[in-house]
Design a protein around this ligand. Structure first.
Ligand code: ACM
Length: 518
């Protein structure tokens, strides 16, 4: 009996092994784990192989595209151990190259769309705009796979096929609160680098609050000298010099990410009120504050000096900020009477317009008369969001119960708050900006942002733990059409990104909701 079984197994093996050697099925592009999920992917039964001869070619004569090519080379070289060089394309790109071009792209791809055609011979990435090439480069990174089929460890392939891809929303963002706890330039750059990988295009810096003022204002130097000197818990705080802020702006711009600076007002202003007595209605400076209460501070909305102060701050920061938006906060102004709040916000909108910027504010700003190009960031109040759209303003969707990535995942995860909700990885993924608020549709929405408040976090490791893996889901909500999004499919792609988290050294939350492979 035993012998019979052995003979049977030998015959079966003899039948299977040669067959599998002859016709190995290459990795299929349609089953690669791209996040955010592209709009259209087709597979082909072949693959592009990376080797010592692989080159990246870019359109001749553009430093900007050359830089994107170099960015891709540095990422691929780090993963593959190759030394892929970047050159300008002479004529037809040679076999064996990865070609980045703006020359013959479909203009309907828009600002950030791209198309990829991958054959045995060539990987061709086309876009209508440089930002599209940069987004497509992230896809190339994510589909460069170990060639497990060949039995050659250390070899890499890109599965053959085509991708046509463009974002659902033009505004896809994360916010970092650097006021409650301060994070230095290198930490902020690391966060921006993570965002680039998931095609997020905006980074909102919450630069002032009760606990700390974090950006140098040359005409009001005590804001940072005094107002930046501490943080929640009484640590030493910190701030960005204008040069450091500009360095962050440039680092982000190199990744086609726009910085949105926020100076929160008229509430959340204790750090300023403590630095300059004249900003207080009673003319007395407040004490610095290192707790976590909200809603107790207000600029004196009736004093002219307040508007001189705001004018100077908006002017200096706007001059350093190439992006179109200035965030004026406006939330939780419980210490400001509503009859003072409304004219205050109206006047601040005029100041922001004077310096060529559009206003974003938390949803409370809808109580005022919004300018047509102002944006209300919906975090809490359906009523305010509805008031904003009734005035023709657009909505940035950040519902606290879904998108606040400083919330704990569950009762036992160690950092974060839970006043809005416990937000597991699937909760953060399972919502749609176009249907979340009845009566507010896709046409009303410019996009989605995941805010990270910093009451409980003190270091990059903490930011990573709250960001990952939730930020990948927020990125997909912003990029991928609702009809292509499903948790039951997404969770398997997300599971494969553990490999990326490990490669990048990210301290992520290993949620039991995700079918991790390791
Ligand atoms: C907010 O969470 N106070 C906007």
């Amino acid at each position: 009996m035993k012998n019979f079984r052995m003979i049977f197994l030998m015959i079966a093996a003899a039948m299977i092994i040669p067959a599998s050697c002859k016709s190995r099925v290459p990795a299929d592009l349609t089953t690669t784990a791209i996040i955010p999920r592209p709009v259209n992917v087709t597979g082909a039964g072949e693959a592009f192989k990376l080797n010592a001869n692989t080159a990246i070619l870019v359109d001749a004569g553009s430093d900007e595209i050359l830089k994107t090519g170099q960015y891709l080379a540095s990422k691929l070289n780090a993963i593959t151990g190759l030394a892929i060089a970047v050159n300008e394309a002479k004529s037809e790109p040679e076999k064996g190259s990865i070609f980045l071009t703006l020359s013959d792209a479909d203009q309907n791809l828009g600002e950030e769309g791209y198309s990829l055609t991958i054959t045995k011979q060539l990987v061709k990435l086309s876009a209508a705009k440089p930002a599209g090439l940069f987004r497509g480069v992230q896809t190339i990174r994510q589909i460069t796979l170990k060639d497990t089929d060949s039995g050659n460890p250390g070899k890499f392939i890109i599965p053959g096929g085509t991708i046509t891809d463009y974002p659902e929303y033009s505004y896809r963002s994360m916010m970092l609160d650097v006021s409650r706890h301060f994070f230095g330039v290198e930490d902020v750059k690391q966060v921006i680098e993570y965002l680039a990988f998931y095609k997020i295009n905006t980074f909102h810096l919450h630069l002032s609050d009760d606990q700390g003022w974090r950006i140098e204002i040359k005409s009001w130097p005590n804001l940072t000298a005094h107002g930046g000197s501490t943080q929640v818990g009484g640590g030493k705080g910190g701030f960005y010099t204008q040069e450091q802020y500009s360095d962050i702006v440039k680092f982000a711009a190199d990744r086609y990410i726009t910085i949105v600076p926020e100076i929160d007002m008229p509430g959340h202003t204790n750090a300023a009120l403590s630095s300059y007595p004249e900003l207080n209605c009673n003319g007395k400076a407040t004490n610095l504050y290192t707790g976590t209460e909200v809603g107790f501070s207000s600029l004196c909305t009736k004093k002219e000096i307040t508007y001189k102060f705001i004018d100077d701050v908006v002017r200096e920061i706007s001059a350093l900020t190439p992006g179109p938006f200035f965030h004026i906060g406006g939330d939780e102004s419980h210490a400001t009477k509503v009859e003072d709040y409304i004219p205050f916000i109206n006047r601040v909108q005029d100041i922001v317009a004077r310096y060529g910027k559009k206003v974003i504010g938390w949803d409370e700003i809808a109580l005022s008369t919004l300018k047509p190009n102002s944006v209300a960031q919906c975090w809490a109040s359906v009523e305010n969001a509805t008031k904003a759209t009734a005035q023709g303003a657009k909505i940035l969707m950040s519902p606290a119960k879904k998108a606040y990535i400083d919330m704990q995942y569950n009762e036992s995860t160690p950092i974060g708050l839970h006043w809005a909700a416990y937000i597991e990885v699937d909760d953060c993924y399972n919502w749609d900006p176009a249907t979340y608020i009845p009566g507010i549709t896709k046409e009303n929405v410019i996009g989605v942002e995941a805010p990270m408040w910093a009451e409980t976090i003190t270091k990059l490791d903490d930011i990573e733990f709250l960001m990952f893996p939730r930020i990948a889901g927020i990125a997909e909500i912003g990029w991928t059409p609702a009809g292509l999004r499903s948790w039951d499919e997404y969770k398997y792609r997300l599971a494969k990104h553990e490999e990326w988290f490990d490669i990048m050294g990210i301290n992520f939350y290993k949620s039991p909701k995700v079918p991790w492979e390791k």
